[in-house]
Design a protein around this ligand. Structure first.
Ligand SMILES: *Cc1c(COP(=O)(O)O)cnc(C)c1O
Length: 471
């Protein structure tokens, strides 16, 4: 399997080359040259596989530069009941007639990002050892991504993590989760500033090509193809649990920010998994909802990006969206470049409203969308608690609300649960007046010793810290 860039660069790459890279050299995103198609016989064969074996089967279609026995071992080591809490790994349960919750948040940091990041940690360790290389991961986080990356990379050989976060702005639980890690290869850097300052620092350091090369700086952000690929697996696992046979369609609703999670659903659908609808749930930051309603994609400025109670969906632009648009415009790289480089670069928007490619997009690709507000989240959390004695986190609540607007008779609707409520306790308290229960392993973590350095919002200070801690 070869990978191409959405922006038309002539090079083709193998999986392990793009594994450790970010964007393609022309600024595009990597995608497989074509999506492998799954026939009904294969679906039937996969239906009863344990999760790790299902992951191996799917990954094998996209990865041909790791020997199968090694890839199988990596999957087996990643997806265990010990790490994800159950043998099913992503257990499905029916909430109400035809509406299901797929639990993706029982990994080490209680958010769905563990599903991909845990695999990435093992793939990185494997590939770096094979090359005799090292990697220093530099990131910026306001919560879920940073902790998932740290828990995936802790103790891994050849990898260090330098994770910046805005000082004092994450929830006490999220701070404790990250800062209590005592592993020598994990470095927490609290920046006196806001999340945008952290992102600017990461950009500035990455743009210093000399420094980047010398210190082998890399990232684990959501545009990494391996992360997306790992997420394709749980659409298949959810499908098998929601159906008794492979001729039944299923719909999914996905709380969305950077369009990584739901893009994996799109890939599963392109492979032939019988997905009827993919509902993109957004919050007040409704860039994606606006696109699916109108055909206009309009990125927001930082000042127009709302701080909401589903913060992991607070985005100004959706960094994975380019992958879907590439398929939408028939994989026409010149057209894609015009949209993302010319139109978006110059005007901050592009308009496909009268383009035939957009006209029947909903039908061809199955997408629908929805938008929720803070009041909607509180109402959904209360309603779900009252009627089903089930607590959901604010992101999953956005998903539930969106799902109910798109139900179709006889078609199971699977809502992806993207975090556990304890991660966003403040909003749960606001809705219900009490704190959600916390898993045993996280009891009292706020009191543990913290491993964190505080630095000013200055890229030079961060570079100096990295240089000091690299031998
Ligand atoms: C990251 C995240 C999302 C958004 O996922 P994308 O892949 O960026 O669309 C939604 N909910 C939670 C809890 C998250 O951590």
């Amino acid at each position: 399997m070869n990978y191409l860039s959405t922006r038309g660069h002539p090079d083709r790459k193998r999986f392990c080359d793009i594994l450790l890279e970010g964007l393609a050299p022309d600024g595009g995103l990597y995608l497989p040259e074509q999506y492998p198609k799954i026939d009904t016989a294969t679906l039937a064969k996969w239906r009863d596989l344990p999760y790790a074996e299902l992951a191996f089967e799917i990954l094998s279609l996209y990865i041909d530069d790791i020997p199968p026995a090694d890839l199988k071992a990596i999957c087996a080591k990643t997806y265990t009941a010990e790490v994800f809490g159950t043998d099913e790994i992503v257990p499905l349960r029916e909430l109400e007639d035809g509406v299901y919750l797929e639990a993706l948040s029982n990994g080490p940091t209680l958010a769905f990002k563990d599903m991909a990041m845990q695999l990435l940690g093992n793939l990185f360790e494997y590939e770096l050892a094979r090359r005799g290389a090292e990697l220093n991961i530099l990131g910026a986080t306001s919560g879920d991504t940073g902790s998932a990356a740290e828990y995936a990379m802790r103790g891994k050989k050849g990898v260090r993590v330098f994770m910046t976060s805005p000082d004092g702005r994450m929830s006490p639980f999220q701070q404790a989760q990250m800062f209590s890690l005592q592993d020598a290869n994990i470095h927490n850097i609290a920046i006196t500033g806001v999340f945008d300052d952290c992102q600017d620092i990461v950009k500035a350091v990455s743009n210093d090509l000399g420094f980047k090369r010398k210190y082998r700086i890399g990232t684990v952000n959501s545009i990494n193809w391996a992360r997306l690929l790992a997420q394709v697996v749980y659409y298949f696992a959810g499908y098998f649990q929601a159906t008794a046979s492979n001729d039944k369609p299923v719909s999914f609703t996905v709380p969305s920010g950077n369009f990584g999670n739901v893009c994996a659903g799109h890939v599963a659908r392109m492979m032939g998994l019988p997905i009827q609808t993919l509902v993109v749930a957004t919050n007040e930051n409704d860039v994606l909802d606006e696109f699916f309603r109108t055909g206009v994609y309009r990125v927001r400025a930082a000042v127009d990006t709302h701080e909401t109670s589903s913060p992991s969906m607070d985005i100004s632009k959706a960094s994975n969206f380019e992958r879907f648009v590439f398929d939408l415009v028939g994989r026409d790289a010149a057209k894609l470049r015009k949209l993302f480089v010319d139109d978006l670069g110059l005007e901050g928007r592009f308009d496909l409203s009268v383009d035939p490619a957009f006209k029947d997009a909903a039908e061809r690709f199955g997408f629908k969308s929805s938008r929720s507000t803070h009041a909607d989240r509180l109402a959904t959390i209360r309603d779900t608690d009252k009627r089903f004695a089930t607590l959901v986190d604010p992101h999953t609540a956005d998903g539930l609300k969106a799902a109910r607007e798109s139900l179709a008779p006889g078609v199971p609707m699977v809502v992806l649960e993207t975090a556990l409520p304890i991660k966003f306790a403040e909003t749960l308290v606001e809705a219900l007046g009490e704190e959600p229960a916390r898993p045993k392993k996280f009891e009292g973590i706020e009191a543990l010793p913290k491993r964190v350095v505080k630095l000013p919002a200055d890229a030079e200070a961060v570079k100096a810290y990295i240089a000091q801690n690299c031998d």
